[in-house]
Ligand binder design. Structure first.
Ligand code: JCF
Length: 700
């Protein structure tokens, strides 16, 4: 996107030549302050609304700091709309009431495709048309708010309340960076009341809860509650610290601009005025298209950065909307098609503990089986002792369990009002339930660990399971049940022992025959040919996941060098900090681990010698790559590390100089921009294929 004016250059000039000799100081200061505000607002718009930043955080910060300095020197230049003036209002004793000029209605609900079809048929009959075009958007799980702009200035913000009257939360809403204090453009309405949903992203929610727990303060059961609690703070300084965001979805009052013909156009205009609108709102030709989008989103909803509880369908033609009007408390022209709930209530029957690969002891809730979003849940994680205490979870309680996609179901909270008499707080066992070794919890850590190491059969089993994983040594046929038997029968003590397994002894095991034994022996032989990165990952070093292992392999090169590397050398590897470096060093310091590695190599595990690749020979050396959207197979950090290992520079914004864009799910405006500029775009599958291709080149 081009903006006509080179802000970056202007910003640099402003910093270099702060005062002009030709104007009175005050006038030149005024001009500079105005220019800074324009630039900051413009960059906010690029960043928050268009998701296409053009400057680095550092450059942005410099602009903001410069403005702050000038405003401190010349307080008379401060205006209420200045980007520096988002926080600062004093706490209030209570929120004032606000009467909505146009009631804020809720939405009718549909819980099945059938109900949705009936809705469409009802409207078609009423309008006497064959079929209706709809907009389709995710229904965000947050809080509805109303923002009133007069002549482009944010005058007031209110909660929905009961729809007729809400609460004045202007000072809190002003602290949201995604809410513009002034609208952009010349064609703005004289009065605009825009409606939207204030949400907390899942990652923001998790971070907030971690911080709250670390401070010993109240944590929240889910992002929605966290958003509600944060928005209804009487002290705006607290709201300012909470990761709240807004997405706008409609208008109430709108005056002083020509009417729009379609809802989708109206949303586009909101966006052009600087209001944040969800980028993925689609237009569906008919109700069947709506249902298809719903089905696709039902598959992907866990990959969205925020919680949604359904899809909203709205009649796109605003004349038809007007004709349809309202029923009691909801518009006739819209409906919320709900997803199955991800949270259900059930009974907690018992709390067991599980021992993981690194000895971490995880308490697990045994539950009265309950169907959550169509899947029966009988176990849920309770994470650790602190979490159990924080949520005050006790055997016998009625609890809320949550399951989202592939993630392990968890106990979210307790329904205290249903707690039976005589429950007892949970205490972590002080001996490992599997091997009897002491359980220790180092100061400052949340995780309790069994100290038995590989003496503990639970840890051995997990270590072997990890070693055999598809993404590690990829030993097909070495599954959980088999590992269980092999360890229990003392046939394997560590991962090196598995290469000594013989078909005859395998065939004698439960549920194994000659055929599967022979297959496993073959799979074992095949797995010996691997890569250094897989091997390092397979060792199961604490804190060393796939991406870190890959990074180590790429940057340090060979195993001996990795084993010998000191903390300083390790921390030169991208993404490795002091904690991970420590884990790596302490792993290789243990003679037992060195011995296992020797035996693995002696058994014939091998990988291609690393190619000594000077940085200039890295396939993406000097190329700029942009990551956008959500990847399903790795985190963004992992993807970034892989790209950097190939020499790429990973950048936040798309320009003509961008070599390629990796677009995950929900890629927004960066993807549009890449397509507009003709930049090469890879989807996730193509990206993975490319990584494999480079890995193969590297190996060959
Ligand atoms: O995302 C939402 N929660 C959401 C709520 C989206 C919408 O388009 C809405 C809404 C509530 C009322 N539209 C109306 C009319």
């Amino acid at each position: 996107m081009s903006c006509g004016y080179n802000w970056r250059r202007a910003a640099a000039d402003l910093v270099r030549y702060p005062v002009s000799n030709f104007m009175s100081v005050t006038q030149s200061m005024r001009n500079e302050v105005d220019a800074l505000r324009n630039q900051i607002n413009f960059h906010n718009y690029l960043y928050y609304v268009l998701d296409a930043p053009e400057v680095t955080d550092a450059e942005y910060d410099r602009l903001l700091r410069r403005l702050e300095t000038l405003e401190r020197q010349y307080p008379e230049l401060i205006t209420a709309d200045s980007p520096t003036q988002r926080v600062g209002a004093a706490p209030v004793a209570e929120f004032a009431k606000v009467k909505h000029e146009i009631p804020m209605l809720s939405l009718g609900n549909a819980f099945s495709a059938e109900e949705v079809t009936q809705f469409d048929q009802r409207l078609c009959a009423r309008l006497e048309v064959e079929c209706i075009e709809y907009t389709v958007e995710p229904k965000l799980d947050g809080l509805a708010v109303s923002l009133l702009y007069e002549h482009g200035h944010l005058q007031r913000a209110a909660t929905r309340g009961d729809g007729a009257t809400g609460e004045n939360i202007t000072q809190n809403i002003r602290t949201l960076a995604t809410v513009p204090l002034v609208l952009r453009g010349d064609d703005i309405p004289t009065r605009l009341e825009v409606r939207g949903e204030v949400i907390m992203t899942k990652s923001g929610f998790e971070r907030l809860n971690r911080e709250q727990a670390a401070r010993g303060e109240k944590t929240f059961a889910n992002p929605r509650n966290a958003a509600a609690g944060s928005l209804r703070q009487l002290d705006p300084r607290i709201t300012a610290q909470r990761p709240l965001e807004i997405y706008c979805y409609g208008v109430g009052v709108i005056e002083g601009v020509p009417p729009s013909a379609r809802h989708r156009e109206l949303l586009q205009r909101l966006q052009s005025w600087g209001l944040r609108v969800y980028a993925g709102i689609e237009v569906a030709r008919n109700i069947d298209d709506c249902l298809r989008t719903y089905a696709a989103m039902a598959q992907r909803r866990d990959q969205l950065p925020f919680d949604i509880d359904g899809m909203v369908y709205k009649v796109n033609d605003l004349r038809l909307q007007q004709e349809l009007g309202f029923v009691s408390r909801a518009p006739r022209w819209a409906i919320a098609h709900k997803f199955p709930a991800q949270e259900e209530m059930t009974q907690l029957l018992a709390i067991d503990v599980q021992v993981g690969r690194t000895g971490a002891i995880t308490p697990v809730a045994r539950l009265q089986p309950v169907s959550v979003g169509g899947v029966i849940v009988t176990n849920a994680t309770l994470h650790n002792q602190d979490e159990i205490e924080r949520k005050d979870v006790r055997v016998g309680d009625t609890v809320i369990v949550r399951r989202a996609g592939d993630v392990i179901p968890e106990v979210v909270s307790v329904v205290l009002s249903r707690r039976p008499a005589h429950t007892q707080a949970f205490v972590m066992p002080c001996k490992c339930p599997v091997c009897g070794s002491d359980v220790e919890r180092p100061d400052g850590e949340v995780v309790a660990r069994c100290t038995g190491g590989l003496y503990c059969s639970a840890q051995r089993k997990e270590a072997i399971r990890h070693f055999a994983m598809r993404t590690a040594m990829d030993i097909e046929g070495l599954g959980d049940k088999l590992i269980e038997q092999l360890v229990d029968a003392d046939m394997i003590k560590d991962v090196a022992d598995i290469y000594r397994l013989q078909a005859a002894s395998l065939a004698a095991l439960d549920r194994m025959g000659d055929k599967s034994a022979a297959n496993l022996v073959q799979a074992l032989a095949r797995s010996k040919e691997t890569t250094l990165a897989r091997f390092i990952f397979a060792l199961g070093i604490r804190d060393v996941g796939e991406a870190t292992a890959q990074s180590l392999a790429n940057h340090v090169g060979d195993l001996d060098a990795i084993m010998a590397a000191d903390g300083e050398r390790l921390q030169q590897v991208p993404d490795i900090g002091p904690v991970v470096a420590d884990s790596i060093q302490s792993f290789f310091r243990q003679s037992h681990n060195r011995e296992v590695i020797e035996r693995l190599l002696a058994a014939g595990v091998h990988w291609p010698a690393p190619m000594v690749t000077p940085a200039s020979a890295q396939p993406l050396a000097g190329k700029t790559v942009v990551l956008t959207g959500t990847l399903t197979t790795m985190t963004r950090d992992a993807a970034k590390a892989r790209l950097q290992a190939l020499g790429a520079k990973v950048s936040a914004s798309v320009s003509k100089k961008t070599h390629m864009v990796i677009a995950g799910a929900e890629a927004g405006s960066k993807l549009d921009k890449a397509q507009e500029l003709g930049v090469r775009v890879l989807d996730e599958a193509a990206f993975l294929a490319l990584l494999d291709e480079y890995a193969a080149q590297d190996a060959g």
